[in-house]
Every structure is written in C-alpha cells, then in structure tokens.
Design a protein around this ligand. Structure first.
Ligand code: C2O
Ligand code: CU
Ligand code: CU
Length: 504
C-alpha cells in the first residue's frame, strides 16, 4: 500500500467518534419475510408515471425507516420496455430536492438518458418518449444527481428495467414474472437503533465505498422466495453502492448463467458461483426441481486498498459486515432463501444455445484511449478536507486521468458508429467502470483475455489493474448534455471518478 493511502486511512479513523449507535440485526429477528416482487409497469402504451416520493418502510418488526422510492415507499416498479416501441415515461419529483432518472444500460440518445445534467427540480415533471431498440436484457434505473447519487440510491431511488424483444426467437427461458422469472435487487444497508438507515459518505466510507451489514433483496431483509419446483430464472441486480458479491448456493448446487448486462449470452454457462460488482446484472437459471430449501450466500468483499487486512474497526466504520452464515465458509453471509413449492417435477430443459443473443460486431477500432482511475486526483485523500465539515465541493477528489469530474468539461469526443479501444487502469482497488448509452465488449481484464461467450455484452467491468474494452455508440450526445463514464462505486462517482463524452 502506498503511504498516501495509509495516511488517508489513519486520518479517516478520526471520524469514528461521530459514528452513531448501530444495530446489528440477528437472523432470528428479521429474516424470513416472503420475497416482495416489485409490480410491473408496462411502458409501450399510454405514458406511465413514476413519482419520486418519500415514505417509510418497515424492514424490522416494530421499527419504521424513512425511505425514498418511485411510486412506492422504497425502490420502484419494474419497468418493462418493449423493443420496437416507444417507451413513454413521466417522472414527477415529489421530493424537496432535485433528482434524475437515469436508465442504466438503455441505448438512447443522451438527452433521454437521465444523467446529472437532466435534473428534475422539486414539483417538476420530466417526460420522455424513448425509442426502444436493443436486445432483451435486464437493466435498471436510478437517480444520478452529481454529488448526491450515492445517498439517493441508498435511500431507495432505484428500480429494475426489463427490455423485452418480441422480434427475437423464443429463448426457451422461463418468462412468468414473479413466479419462475424473479427479479432480485440485492443491496446492503446499515440501520441505526431507531430504525433509520445509517449512511455516511466521508472518511473511509468515501474512500472505499459504503458497505452495510444487512442484506436487502427487493427491499426485504434476507427474504424467502417460494419458486415453483423446476427451472427458475433469477434476474440478479447488484443495486448496492459499493459492495461486490460472490454468490453461490449453500448446498453447492450448480446453475447456468444465461445473460449479463447487455442481454443473452451465446449459450448457457455452467457455474457454481458468480461475482456481481455494483450495478452489474446477471440472469441465472437454477434448478429447484428437487423441492429442497436452499440459501443463496455471498462471500466477503475484500475490494479495498488493504484487501483482506482491513482492520475490523474500519469495517465497522464502513457500516459493518453481515453476520456469518452458520454453515458457510469464512465470512460468508446470507442473501435470501428459496423454499420451492408444488410437487417435485422433472426439471425443464436448459436451452443448448441462444441463437438470437447479441453478437460482438465491433470491427477494428478507429482510435485508442487510456483512462486512469484516480483515487487521489488532487494530491489529498478523498474525504479529507482541510478542517471543518466538508461540502461535496470541498472534499478531496477522485478523478479520471487526474481530472476530478466537472460538468463543464467534455473529456472524450466520439464519433457515432465508430469503434474505440479503451484501456482502463485502476490501482489500489478494483473499480466497476461503467459507460452510458451503449454496451461494450471486454477483451482483457486483470492480465487475462476474456472470452465473449463467458461475459456477453457489458456496461460494467470490474477493472482489476487493467481492462481493455471495445466501445461504440450509435446515439448522439451533445456537449451540453453529454453521456457519462464513471466508477459505479457510488461514493467514488460522487467524489469525482467520472467523466463526460459526446457522440457526434
Ligand atoms: Cu448506473 Cu451513470 O450509472
Ligand atoms: Cu448508466
Ligand atoms: Cu471506484
């Protein structure tokens, strides 16, 4: 570890005194509610309206938690966009602070993308008509106000998007939403004793990203899903601010990954565990035909500049680590459980291949670029102001190519339809790098070549040292409303590890 990093960490310890009393939720208290399934909003007919509201949610018996949501107290409905149609969405802001609604993973012109330039002021409405033209995929939406994204998403301003493609040949996958096709939005949170969310975006939490010790799935603590016995499709979305999960099943059962960020993989990939970085999605097919109860677990997240050696005290300051799952490997904790119902029956057939899956048609790059993700873009540590309570503007900054994010600077100018090769470098820790408005192909990551068949099209890559990606954009982004690229650890994004690009 570089000494500047150590200094930052030690300085961060000084803020420990300000940490409020936190509760650690025991398994017995809280787990076991049935899995909530967000309602669906179809968007291809009359316009639909999302209302950003504040409310309160009961996560723990007898305690209410102030939360934010879209048209419900926490999170929002699942939006279904249909390829070949116009999605008409109104977003109304019923809060007393600006928000945005960014369609993460959607291929639309930047003016429809909901980035930080497209703020919706209190009591205002933003109406969009978006031509949907991309492969079927699992995406999401979330607020994206610069400097406030981490906190607003943490409070609940996020939801899932499913893009359907009626023109693609039937994939043979389960499609009964909420039954054998289950959305799973995985998030970590921390709670104060009075039931309120605990969140801090300073000191080590700003440096490493905030982690909580309690897992929510679709807004419930370690819930229980009751899928039919048989093959079930799980749409996994890591909606956490900074935690990377390593997911597996408690009985070591295998499963197949069938889709990633940008849609179907060419064929199902057999796995026994899967990594999910912040904002990443994966669709997996799990066989519950034996009817047995099983738990989905995650391994610990060691993505920080000290790796496994991060002191326990510092972990606690970040919001803590979830309690160990009794029968798990060291550090493993519970995400949710599955109690299949109905008579055991023969498992459905896992498709051999997905001929309609998107293909990587990038061609030779016309240009190469290098992007270095900096955790210390101004020579100070992030979150380490020179005295006093910092505002976002005064915080030490993160950046890209030594430039902290600025709304007034366009960092990259791309040409429409032209492929570029980007090399992204990240020291100290891994960063989930994201590009708006398109999907990219990962060629190489962490000293390994990456096979397209194993990852498909992506909009997030967890950069391990160095990654190379092929990027092309087919939609326009002007200098006043450009697209964004950034680290999707939301505390890093808010600290300035973000840039803007145009597409002409
Ligand atoms: Cu999830 Cu800039 O986005
Ligand atoms: Cu995005
Ligand atoms: Cu980062």
């Amino acid at each position: 570890m570089k000494s500047s990093t150590r200094r930052t960490f030690l300085a961060g310890l000084a803020t420990a005194a300000a940490t409020p009393l936190l509760t650690r939720l025991s398994h017995a208290d809280t787990a076991g509610r049935p899995l909530p399934v967000p309602p669906v909003m179809e968007t291809h007919g009359e316009p639909v309206t999302l209302d950003a509201i504040s409310g309160s949610s009961i996560f723990q018996p007898g305690l209410s938690t102030p939360t934010l949501g879209f048209s419900q107290p926490y999170l929002g409905p699942t939006l279904r966009f249909r390829r070949g149609t116009l999605a008409r969405v109104n977003v109304r802001n019923r809060l007393n602070t600006p928000i945005t609604s960014h369609w993460h993973g959607l291929h639309v012109p930047a003016i429809l993308d909901g980035g930080p330039q497209l703020q919706i002021l209190p009591e205002r409405q933003w109406s969009v008509e978006m031509p949907i033209d991309q492969p079927a995929a699992t995406l999401w939406y979330h607020s994206h106000v610069h400097g406030r994204t981490a906190e607003q998403v943490y409070q609940g301003l996020a939801g899932m998007i499913i893009v359907d493609d009626p023109s693609a040949p039937d994939s043979g996958l389960p499609v009964d939403y909420g039954v054998d096709d289950l959305p799973l939005i995985i998030q970590d949170r921390a709670f104060r004793e009075d039931g309120a969310f605990h969140y801090a975006n300073r000191g080590p939490a700003r440096m490493i990203g905030f982690r909580g010790d309690t897992i929510l799935v679709n807004g419930a603590i370690r819930p229980v899903a009751a899928p039919p016995t048989g093959l079930v499709r799980l749409r996994l979305l890591n909606g956490s601010n900074s935690r990377t999960y390593l997911l597996r099943f408690s009985d070591e059962r295998g499963f197949h990954q069938v889709a990633s960020d940008g849609g179907l993989l060419p064929k199902p990939v057999p796995l026994t565990s899967i990594q999910l970085a912040p904002a990443e999605r994966a669709e997996i097919l799990v066989d519950f035909s034996d009817g047995r109860r099983v738990t989905m677990l995650s391994g610990p997240d060691h993505n920080n500049p000290m790796g496994r050696n991060m002191p326990a005290m510092m972990r606690q300051m970040l919001g803590g680590d979830p309690a160990q799952f009794p029968e798990g490997k060291p550090g493993e904790f519970e995400i949710l459980s599955f109690e299949p119902h109905g008579k055991p029956r023969a498992a459905g057939k896992i498709p051999d291949a997905f001929p309609g899956a998107p293909r990587p048609q990038f061609g030779d790059p016309a240009r190469t670029r290098e992007l270095v993700l900096n955790m210390h873009a101004d020579g100070r540590g992030p979150g380490m102001p020179r005295g006093g309570q910092p505002s976002v503007g005064q915080m030490g900054s993160m950046g890209i190519n030594d430039n902290p994010f600025s709304m007034d600077r366009v960092d990259i100018a791309m040409n429409r339809g032209e492929t570029e090769l980007w090399t992204i470098r990240a020291a100290e820790m891994k960063h989930p790098f994201h590009v708006h408005g398109t999907s990219f192909q990962v060629l190489h990551n962490g000293r390994r070549d990456v096979a397209f068949d194993s990852t498909g099209l992506k909009d997030i890559v967890l950069v391990e040292g160095e990654a190379r990606i092929l990027v092309r954009c087919n939609h326009v982004a002007t200098p006043d409303i450009p697209y964004m690229f950034h680290c999707h650890i939301l505390e890093h994004e808010d600290a300035g590890m973000m840039g803007q690009f145009t597409v002409a």
